[in-house]
Ligand binder design. Structure first.
Ligand SMILES: [Zn+2]
Length: 61
């Protein structure tokens, strides 16, 4: 399991689905998507906290 915690204390958990792609990488899903929105863009991923509205950005490196 993986989790991400916002400054406000909201904690979102990703769980492993058991499904893998052809390279053996396992898919994860949000346990409760009412807590966090994940927005995947061309060059970045946004994590938006549903509690306080704060948004975190992860840039592609
Ligand atoms: Zn928050």
């Amino acid at each position: 399991m993986m989790s991400i915690e916002c400054e406000c204390g909201n904690k979102a958990v990703f769980f492993a689905t058991g499904d893998r792609d052809e390279q053996g990488r396992e898919y994860i899903e949000l346990e409760d998507d009412d807590r966090l929105s994940v927005i995947v863009g061309d060059k970045s991923v946004l994590f938006r906290c549903a509690f306080c509205g704060y948004t975190y950005k992860l840039d592609q490196t």
